[in-house]
Design a protein around this ligand. Structure first.
Ligand SMILES: [Zn+2]
Length: 407
């Protein structure tokens, strides 16, 4: 038994008290351990520490005594702190699979999330099914860092990030009207902060896919957000950021393809990469639904428009043929796959009629094409928020594993 195991037996409020005193009375604590599973307590500490030391916080959940209860905070020296602000790229260990998830992804709002048509906890459900199936293990999970302002500003101008400081704007972007009435501090904490973790996850997925050949972010895929405007439940342009970080960090990569198979047109990244030779966009979407962004369509180089209630056979044939053509035409060095599941039959927003098996086959088509052509691929889960969606996403990932496409 090591000393940390003993800490389990001390009630969390004792830590709360001791650490409050440490934070208040010292300027440079070098190492702190916080035991608390409660997100509000974690958030309280994070705010206090950040106020005092800048963005000097690093945290990770650990399993102890069979429970995931431990959060470590370490403060760094000034130089390390400034590096850390951009530290969404980090190395993982050989025994870790590049499947990225954080409990911070989930949006919980005193039960009010139940009023929204979206299942805003689908990411946790996917993660739990993958844990149960033994695809990933709790102690080797890859947890992304939050994308802070320094990271977001690689794409987003300060004027856009300032707009998010208005709850009314966030209410419009997320299509959750009641956010309008809430203090922005609460909106930042409960809605935007989860999105910033998703965004950190998608950026990290880019690095890990370069190293491992593939990476899955169990969240992200905010394809309606461009660098200057959010919309359709998308507040940060994570796909654009992922691609910009790859160009910044891997000079050999000059041709990236976005394969956007969410039911909606991906107008955010399309606006961002309008006229950009180094990014090729393939987009398969229902032409009869949001966002009808005619200007953004100008950026799509392989456009496949679907009619309402398109079914499996036609859909899979079109995806497969056009993807083969697009890869042959452009010869990409990297693929970002936006795997929205709102193509599912019964989705009130997607209005298509694809079966769960059709979604699993679609994901396999894309992964097979990428892996067989040795093209690193990032998978993000994007739209699709029916109650059954999480199970389908998890089953699709399990299918990729069973077909040996996650090696
Ligand atoms: Zn969608």
């Amino acid at each position: 038994m090591n000393i940390l195991d003993l800490l389990v037996f001390i009630p969390p409020y004792i830590y709360f008290l001791i650490l409050s005193l440490i934070i208040i009375n010292t300027n440079y604590p070098t190492n702190m351990v916080i035991i608390s599973s409660h997100p509000d307590i974690q958030y309280w500490f994070e705010q206090r520490i950040e106020q005092k030391f800048g963005s000097a916080v690093q945290c990770c959940n650990r399993e102890m005594g069979g429970k995931e209860i431990c959060l470590y905070y370490k403060t760094k020296n000034r130089k390390q702190r400034s590096d850390e602000k951009m530290d969404v790229y980090f190395d993982i260990k050989p025994d870790q699979l590049p499947i990225i998830y954080s409990s911070n992804y989930n949006i919980r709002f005193m039960g009010l999330q139940k009023l929204h048509p979206f299942d805003s906890e689908k990411w946790e459900k996917v993660h739990n099914i993958l844990l149960g199936a033994g695809i990933i293990k709790r102690n080797t999970a890859v947890e992304p860092h939050e994308a802070k302002d320094e990271v977001l500003q690689v794409v987003h101008p300060a004027s856009y990030l300032n707009k998010l400081k208005w709850s009314a704007y966030v209410a419009r972007v997320t299509e959750v009207p009641f956010l309008f009435a809430l203090p922005n501090k609460l909106v930042q904490q409960r809605v935007l902060r989860p999105f910033r973790f998703h965004t950190g996850g998608t950026i990290l997925a880019g690095k890990l896919a370069m190293e491992r050949g593939w990476a899955i972010n169990i969240g992200g895929g905010f394809h309606h957000c461009s660098k200057e405007d959010g919309g359709g439940f998308c507040a940060y342009a994570d796909i654009t950021l992922c691609i910009k970080f790859i160009f910044m960090n891997y000079s050999s990569i000059q041709k990236i393809m976005i394969v956007d198979l969410d039911a909606h047109q991906g107008n955010g990244h399309e606006r961002d990469f309008m006229g950009e030779e180094k990014v090729y966009i393939m987009d398969v979407y229902n032409r009869g639904i949001y966002p009808h962004d005619e200007y953004a369509k100008g950026a799509i180089r392989k456009r496949v428009e679907l009619r309402h209630f398109t079914e499996d056979a036609e859909y899979l044939d079109k995806v497969s043929r056009h993807l083969t053509d697009a890869i042959a035409e452009y010869n990409p060095q990297f693929i970002v796959y936006n795997a929205g599941t709102d193509i599912l039959k019964g989705d009130p927003l997607g209005c298509l009629s694809i079966t769960p098996q059709g979604i699993i086959e679609r994901d396999e088509i894309v992964f097979r094409a990428a892996r067989e052509n040795n093209i690193p691929v990032v998978f993000v889960t994007s739209g699709g928020y029916q109650k059954c969606t999480a199970k389908i996403i998890a089953e699709s990932i399990i299918n990729l594993k069973n077909k040996e496409l996650l090696r």
